[in-house]
Write a protein that binds this ligand. Structure first.
Ligand SMILES: Nc1ncnc2c1ncn2[C@@H]1O[C@H](COP(=O)(O)OP(=O)(O)O)[C@@H](O)[C@H]1O
Ligand SMILES: [Mg+2]
Length: 373
């Protein structure tokens, strides 16, 4: 049994030269994951998520950096250490499940045991470990079926059983749900989360879907153009986005520009003057000085339409309703206030009409001065 220290990735870099002059890949990734962490790489298509995962797996030779899983160093560029893929015992599932159609479910799942280079497994071990993995994904009665007789969701579970059959200390999942239809995807999301918690296996999950990332993860690294732009808990990513990219990519938000009217240190209360002259009380995620340009993020659900029934909302802005949308569990309003636009989510029973003049309210705790302006 390895000493379980978790996963450490340091200064990981892999840049693909490009003829168009735009070099893709990952510029630098640094993180440590305690054992059992569900970690997600979240970002738009082409930002470098798969490259990072392939470097950790050993499918790609990084330009520099270091990768360690528990007490085993898989890659260390400075020390010239490189452990090949088939000696790392890392479980992997990809978007295209890569289930072999000419094999039975049992043969698919037992494959990693049969080809393992770092140790050999007896016939009995292969049988018991394969059946254990199949029972983990509730497919033990499907062992003798041909893989082609399975639904998409079942094939994905076979891919998952194959990934965990050698009881790896690290599981890598690259957009494993994106080929499933919406209802099944939701189901599998819950299933995968339950399974990961049950097995306690450190997992790195790749997705461009922010809802998946928020729902499943202990920690999220948001990646933009090959760089990690914030690494935090789902709550912090959502409520304390450090930069406009994170605020905008994860959920939707209102971004207001202004100038700092009262200086404060990082984490303190700042005052920001908007273009219309109004002063907003905010929470600042960086040290700010008077006169600094500042961008404030306020989530649509953090804004209320003030009707006198609640307490003091903190900040108040006069606005006019432009559009209403009803989406079942909430109503979405678009409003304007001078030259500013606001998106506001309310209880679906709130009935406002285009042209109505209202007062919007939001707390200084929910008005975040972003760190990157
Ligand atoms: N083998 C490769 N050769 C050249 N460029 C590549 C290669 N693989 C990926 N890239 C480029 O690197 C960038 C990141 O790709 P990738 O890691 O697959 O992004 P993601 O998984 O976030 O969608 C993209 O711009 C992509 O075109
Ligand atoms: Mg990818």
């Amino acid at each position: 049994m390895n000493n379980q220290t978790g996963v450490t990735v340091e200064g990981l870099r892999k840049i693909y030269p490009s003829s168009a002059g735009v070099a893709g890949g990952i510029h630098e990734a640094d993180f440590h994951l305690p054992p059992g962490t569900f970690f997600t790489l979240l970002g738009p298509s082409g930002c470098g998520k798969t490259t990072t995962l392939r470097c950790i797996a050993g499918l790609e030779h990084p330009d520099s950096g270091r990768v360690q899983v528990d007490d085993r160093v898989f890659f260390d560029q400075r020390k010239g250490i490189w452990v090949p893929l088939n000696r790392r015992n890392i479980g992997m599932v990809f978007q295209s499940y890569a289930i072999w159609p000419h094999m039975s479910v049992f043969e698919n799942v037992s494959f990693p045991l049969r080809v393992a280079k770092d140790r050999s497994y007896s016939r009995e071990e292969i049988s018991s470990m394969t059946m254990k993995a199949l029972s983990t994904v509730a497919l033990e009665s499907f062992a003798e079926r041909s893989a082609t007789q399975l639904s998409g969701g079942q094939q994905q579970r076979v891919a998952l059983a194959r990934a965990i059959v050698r009881e790896p200390s690290l599981l890598l999942l690259d957009e494993p749900l994106s080929n499933l239809d919406a209802a099944l995807r939701d189901n599998m999301r819950t299933e995968l989360k339950r399974l990961q918690r049950q097995l306690g296996i450190t997992t790195i999950y790749v997705t461009h879907d922010q809802a998946e990332a928020l729902d499943m993860s202990d920690k999220i690294a948001v990646i933009n153009q090959g760089r990690v732009v914030q690494l935090d808990t789902p709550e912090a990513i959502y409520f304390r986005p450090e930069n406009a990219f994170v605020a905008d990519f994860v959920g939707t938000t209102n971004l207001l520009s202004g100038k700092v009217a009262k200086a404060c240190p990082k984490g303190g209360s700042a005052k920001v003057r908007l273009a219309n002259g109004q002063i907003i009380d905010c929470t600042s995620l960086r040290d700010v000085a008077e006169g600094d340009a500042a961008t404030i993020s306020v989530r649509p659900e953090s804004i209320v339409v003030v009707d006198g029934s609640g307490g003091d909302p903190g900040n108040r802005i006069n606005a006019q309703v432009k559009l209403r949308g009803f989406v079942g569990n909430l109503a979405r309003y678009e409003l304007t206030a001078d030259d500013m636009k606001f998106s506001v989510n309310t209880n679906p029973k709130v009935q406002l009409r285009p042209g109505d003049n209202v007062v919007l309210g939001f707390s200084p705790d929910d008005a975040i001065v972003l760190a990157d302006n």
